[in-house]
Design a protein around this ligand. Structure first.
Ligand SMILES: [Zn+2]
Length: 250
């Protein structure tokens, strides 16, 4: 997992999952903020928004640069799975020229039509030619009403967690010895699952309360068998295995 502790006022992390496949191609879950945004957040996301969110980053915090420092080429990233399309999750997609962006169809529809959502930034996908919308039309799985076995090999499952946004998904990843679930912003912290109605930040930034509750109850069950990883949960990030453990591509 890679992260940037760039949200200084509240010390939020921004966790990206890195999946190195057997053919050495890389799949990311989310892409964080781009290299350009990290080098100058005020210019890229707006000075007001950057100040409001307290974003303090440098170029080295971008996922592309962190991967390169670990010995991975950014061209090796062939797919990015978006948990949802808020800018702090997909702004960095532009740094990966060989990657297609996999996103739930519901989320892409919301991104296209909801102009009032503070978290969507139309510029993020403006030039994007490689969007692959997917329907979660597989069976119910682990308490989630809809799912998709992305590579049809049981390694990566997309799970319906709509609530935070209309098409939010969680991504369950099986490694050789453990099971992780990147949940995006379905909940902001694992501890939030102890609160019936979510944390204050979740209550402010969510599209649908009832769907949020459905997702949260499925996540409570999932937490018993796998490690849940909310994007901005700094405590969870600190306890995760970090990317250098993986084999490096030549
Ligand atoms: Zn977020």
């Amino acid at each position: 997992m890679l992260g940037a502790s760039g949200f200084s006022s509240t010390n939020l992390s921004n966790t990206v999952a890195v999946i190195v496949r057997e053919d050495d191609s890389i799949v990311l879950v989310d892409a964080g903020l781009s290299e350009a945004t990290c080098s100058n957040p005020g210019k890229s996301v707006g000075h007001l928004r950057a100040r409001f969110l307290g974003i303090k980053t440098t170029t080295a915090d971008s996922v592309a640069v962190q991967l390169e420092q670990l010995g991975y080429r950014r061209q090796a990233v062939k797919a990015i799975i978006a948990t949802h399309l808020h800018f702090d999750h997909v702004n960095g997609v532009r740094d990966f020229p060989s990657a297609e962006l996999i996103v739930s169809k519901d989320e892409l529809d919301a991104f296209s039509w909801r102009h009032t959502d503070f978290g969507y930034d139309k510029r993020d996908l403006k030039l994007e030619q490689r969007i692959v919308p997917v329907e979660l039309d597989g069976d119910a799985r682990d308490g989630f009403a809809r799912s998709l076995d992305l590579f049809e090999d049981d390694s990566v499952h997309l799970l319906d967690t709509q609530g935070h946004t209309p098409g939010s998904i969680a991504v369950s990843i099986a490694t050789s010895d453990a099971q992780f679930m990147h949940v995006g912003d379905a909940v902001y912290t694992v501890n939030e699952l102890n609160l019936v109605n979510g944390s204050p930040i979740s209550r402010v930034i969510r599209w649908n309360k009832d769907k949020y509750r459905v997702a949260a109850s499925a996540l409570r069950v999932a937490a018993k068998t796998q490690t849940l990883v909310p994007s901005h949960d700094a405590a969870t990030f600190a306890a995760l295995p970090k990317a250098p453990r993986a084999r490096r591509a030549e």
